[in-house]
Design a protein around this ligand. Sequence first.
Ligand SMILES: [Zn+2]
Length: 106
Amino acid sequence: MFCSQCGAEYREEVSQCCECGGALIPALPAREAPEWVDFVTVLLTRDHSELALAKSLLEGAGIPFFARNEEVESLIAAGPVEVQVRPEHEAEARDLLRDLNERSGS
Ligand SMILES: [Zn+2]
């Protein structure tokens, strides 16, 4: 048995997780494949304003995206933020971000 909340494993006779009180289920649902593996990078930037502009452009176009390294405090220390989108949105995203990419010379 596994806790549906925290994933802790228990013997058959246990019905509630003693860690978090979650209900136990016979098996954990299969984990979804990593969602970001196939994403393509459409912009690399160390510039916060450029990143903000890229995000607003993508949001405006309704393109789901992911900004890798964004959570890191210092962009300089961590390297550039990678703005990534699904392959099916790559062409559209590159088109939207063309000006940004040209401005940063990449
Ligand atoms: Zn639990």
